[in-house]
Ligand binder design. Structure first.
Ligand SMILES: Cc1cc2nc3c(=O)[nH]c(=O)nc-3n(C[C@H](O)[C@H](O)[C@H](O)COP(=O)(O)O)c2cc1C
Length: 336
């Protein structure tokens, strides 16, 4: 393999940032900012896109940035590049980007990259009822395998554990809207002007009352236009709940859990599953602590709940949510 010039590395990094725009983020706030240097790329939080009231602990921002970092790595792997990532390195000026990425030609193919790269444009958050077809444990095991390289573990919530998570979700859906600032943030990110290229558009929000499936109540978004699929022979939503946990609560662990979240979502999409990431239940301290104590145990913090199911065969294709243009998220570092 020939040695790439700096120019080709920069072009590859730029292309990969463009593909990473499709990463999921809470309220589609896209809280990332990339800075391209001569031989590396830095990822930073965009503090103006934090959800200060909804996501008080700042975990959602780190998860979104981690998901973008994973999308970037997948895009680079798909093009034959190996990525070296340092999380929270200190740069010469004493600043700390969330991560610094360097690339070199890969000597062997990354088995996940092609498959996950193909899933980037197919993945969408689906809040509709899923079909009554159950999700086999072998498939769920593969999702857990995808999370592990990033320190993530997927805990499947069945039986009594599911009841705890479902109860906690219902309680969080009632309590969080009463918290100061929550309603204003929800309003802001669901009523964006078209030029914002962010937020959750009406086409991704369900019409009607707060969606509830069997024992599950999801976060409510106002005045949507997304319709439930037409009733099939079996209307029972057989989706599974899984709780993604991180190594610990440190920013690096939560950032890496965001990479794990992206890996799970892309693997689920590659398998044909529909996915809903859910953090509301972990943003209300009482319900978070209950999920932590009773479902995953005290040694690993839960960072995201996932609803996973087979889309109803009659479901209409989802409309992609907007993303900001590359020029708004990528800048070039001044020469050293
Ligand atoms: C960390 C995180 C938390 C999220 N929490 C929720 C949630 O509680 N409820 C929900 O319906 N969607 C949730 N989402 C999904 C986002 O709203 C979604 O990713 C965003 O609107 C972009 O749409 P897309 O996933 O279809 O690309 C979350 C996503 C992330 C990454």
């Amino acid at each position: 393999m020939s040695t790439p010039t700096v120019g080709t590395e920069q072009a590859a990094l730029r292309d990969a940032v463009a593909r990473a725009l499709r990463a999921p983020s809470e309220h589609n706030a896209q809280p990332w900012r990339w800075v391209l240097g001569t031989d590396h790329l830095d990822l930073h939080v965009d503090p103006t896109r934090r959800l200060r009231f909804t996501d008080e602990r700042g975990h959602g921002v780190l998860l979104g940035c981690g998901a973008a970092l994973h999308h970037l790595r997948v895009a680079l792997g798909d093009r034959g590049w190996h990525t070296d990532v340092r999380h929270q390195p200190e740069d010469r000026e004493g600043r700390r980007p969330l991560a610094r990425v360097r690339i070199r030609p890969a000597t062997e193919a990354d088995p996940w990259a092609r498959r996950h790269a193909a899933a980037i444009d197919q993945r969408h958050t689906d809040r509709r009822r899923f079909s009554g077809r159950s999700v086999p444990t072998t498939v769920l095991q593969e999702l857990d395998d995808a999370a592990r390289p990033f320190g993530g573990v997927l805990h499947l919530a069945y039986g009594g554990h599911r009841a705890v998570v479902a109860d906690a979700m219902r309680e969080a859906a009632e309590r969080q809207p009463l918290q100061e600032g929550y309603a204003a943030e929800l309003d802001h990110w669901t009523h964006r002007y078209a030029g914002g290229h962010d937020g959750i558009p009406a086409s991704a929000r369900l019409d009607g009352p707060p969606p509830s499936y069997r024992d599950l109540v999801l976060r409510w978004f106002p005045r949507g236009t997304l319709r439930q699929p037409r009733a099939g022979a079996d209307e029972r939503d057989a989706s599974v709940l899984a709780v993604l946990t991180a190594v610990d609560d440190s920013p690096v662990s939560v950032l890496r859990a965001g990479e794990a979240l992206s890996a799970v979502l892309l693997e689920a999409t590659a398998q044909g599953l529909g996915t809903t990431p859910i953090t509301q239940v972990l943003e209300v301290s009482e319900t978070r602590e209950r999920v932590r104590h009773l479902v995953v145990g005290m040694h690993r913090p839960p960072v995201c709940v996932l609803r996973l199911g087979w889309p109803e065969p009659r479901s209409a294709p989802l409309v992609p949510t907007p993303r900001r243009p590359l020029a708004q998220v990528l800048t070039e570092a001044p020469p050293p």
